[in-house]
Design a protein around this ligand. Structure first.
Ligand code: AHR
Length: 504
């Protein structure tokens, strides 16, 4: 397999939006409880935050975390999660058929985010609630003091405002599964009025309107158009959500899922810009891809996948829900998603992998036990660490393959950045081919005296196969190893990628 890439120092897409290295913590399954928070765990600090998990979050380089949902937020009363913990109510969460203890809420999350070094992205409930609860939450969180709500925040332990910049206007409001789901007209109006009221409390916030729950929704396209026609001047971003999986052994399509992600992004950009033109608006609406990942919603061919959501019978606290195990193939696909997001960094300004811990997550943890990195941790961690400065426009010519439902697709997928400050080009490569290595030639135009400082690859480990995964018993089964087959001669680099691999 052959591929040729051309990078030119002067051909850039824009600055790397660091918020694309975001993640998501929902009150769902064991993401919060026994995920980031587990009082009594040997590694927990005095607040109950698991320091083993915190170390991994920092290592992963997460920039921003969306909270508290997800479907959960559409039935959530934020007031339940503030004030003395022993007085907080236990509630039923209809989204995940779970008992929510409210032991963890807004203050705990903000404290956790500070320790983790991440920005908070807060969602308001536009399912069962509306304008009033949302504007009150902004006042509680961001107003300096001297009002009932801001003084209550101080009395609850935080005299300084939380200063939350990024706000989501509900979650997946087009989805029939969502509590308080809405038509595009209904949602467009409430999104506009809620954003307006929130900005009247704090005009400096940035606001995300819900786009479609996925590009297969019957209203995809018209939803974005209608919502933005109403809310254009009041919001800054429109959201996208997408989950992919390998269906029935169709690895050819699965490995090309980022083609669909590219198409999804470009369709939403086109729709937002069409509303801009028709409405004679001057500003641009950017994209917040605030849920994306591999998710085996239709089961996986590995046994004991705890992905079933209990709908009947007992209500439990933090049950195991969708604790997907990720293998080598999943990591390569996740690498291509990150490439897609980075390539579109001129318009995708926020992106959140869903979720952070245990629930379809790069980090796993066991109650009372260890925490470990899943295979999909690695592309994220390396891209977050190395994608700085300018996004380069990659001109790629690659051998192609028949990618099933996505048609002819490049075998080699790439993105790249140029960090002038450190004099460093970072190149992120995925090889979708299962059968042969790929020889990649990289034409580095505009740089002189280039040398390779570091090259790593994630691929099928010796004795393993494409389904090999890192588990509690074998936490290092899948990881990065040095990539030796890299040379630079003048301004040409050559790289040999093993079959099915992700490399940096
Ligand atoms: O991330 C899991 C769920 O997927 C979220 O709660 C919801 O927004 C989406 O459907």
């Amino acid at each position: 397999t052959q591929a040729r890439l051309v990078l030119d120092r002067d051909f850039t897409v824009g600055e790397v939006p660091r918020r694309i290295f975001g993640s998501f913590v929902e009150h769902m399954g064991r993401c919060v409880y026994t995920g980031i928070y587990e009082p009594g765990h040997p590694a927990a600090d005095e607040r109950g935050f698991r320091t083993d998990v915190l170390d991994l979050v920092r290592e992963m380089g997460v920039s921003v975390v969306r909270y508290p949902g997800g479907n959960f937020v559409s039935g959530y009363r934020w007031e339940d999660g503030v004030g003395p913990v022993d007085q907080r109510p236990r509630r039923l969460d209809g989204a995940w058929h779970t008992v929510e203890t409210n032991a963890f809420g807004l203050h705990e999350f903000v404290d956790w985010a500070r320790v983790a070094g991440v920005e908070v992205m807060e969602a308001v409930n536009l399912g069962t609630r509306g304008v009033e609860a949302a504007r009150q939450l902004v006042e509680y969180a961001n107003h300096p003091g001297g009002t009932a709500l801001s003084d209550l925040r101080a009395a609850n332990g935080h005299p300084e405002p939380f200063d939350i910049r990024l706000w989501c206007l509900g979650n997946e409001m087009d989805g029939p599964w969502q509590m308080g789901a809405k038509t595009p007209e209904e949602y467009g109006r409430i999104a506009q009025e809620t954003a307006k009221a929130m900005r009247l409390v704090d005009p400096t916030i940035e606001v995300v309107a819900c786009g479609s729950s996925n590009s297969g929704m019957p209203t995809f396209g018209t939803w974005e158009q209608t919502v933005l026609r109403h809310a254009y001047e009041y919001v800054d971003y429109v959201s996208l959500h997408a989950y992919y999986q390998e269906d029935g052994g169709d690895h050819a399509s699965f490995l090309a899922s980022a083609v669909d992600m590219d198409h999804f992004i470009e369709s939403v950009v086109a729709t937002a810009d069409a509303v801009r033109a028709a409405g004679k608006h001057t500003k641009r609406i950017n994209l917040s891809f605030d849920e994306w990942n591999v998710w085996y919603q239709r089961g996986k061919d590995t046994p004991d996948q705890p992905h079933v959501i209990e709908r009947e019978g007992v209500w439990r606290e933090h049950p195991r829900i969708i604790e997907d195990e990720y293998d080598v193939t999943d990591a390569v696909v996740v690498g291509t998603f990150l490439n897609s997001l980075l390539r579109h960094g001129d318009r995708v300004k926020v992106a959140n992998q869903a979720q952070l811990v245990n629930v379809i997550a790069p980090i796993r943890s066991e109650p009372g036990g260890p925490a470990w990195r899943q295979s999909i941790f690695w592309p994220f961690a390396r891209m977050s660490a190395l994608a700085h400065g300018q996004i380069l426009r990659v001109a790629a010519t690659s051998d192609r393959y028949d990618a099933g439902k996505f048609g002819d697709t490049d075998l080699v997928d790439a993105s790249a950045t140029w960090d002038e400050e450190h004099g460093r080009v970072a190149l992120f490569l995925a090889h979708r081919g299962l059968d042969a290595a790929a020889d990649v030639t990289v034409d580095l135009r505009g740089w002189t005296g280039a040398r390779v400082t570091r090259a790593e690859v994630l691929t099928i480990p010796e004795g393993g196969d494409r389904f090999t995964a890192s588990t509690q018993d074998r936490p290092d089964a899948v990881g990065l190893v040095p990539l030796d087959d890299v040379q630079v001669d003048g301004s040409t680099a050559t790289v040999r990628l093993p079959a099915l691999s992700w490399a940096v």
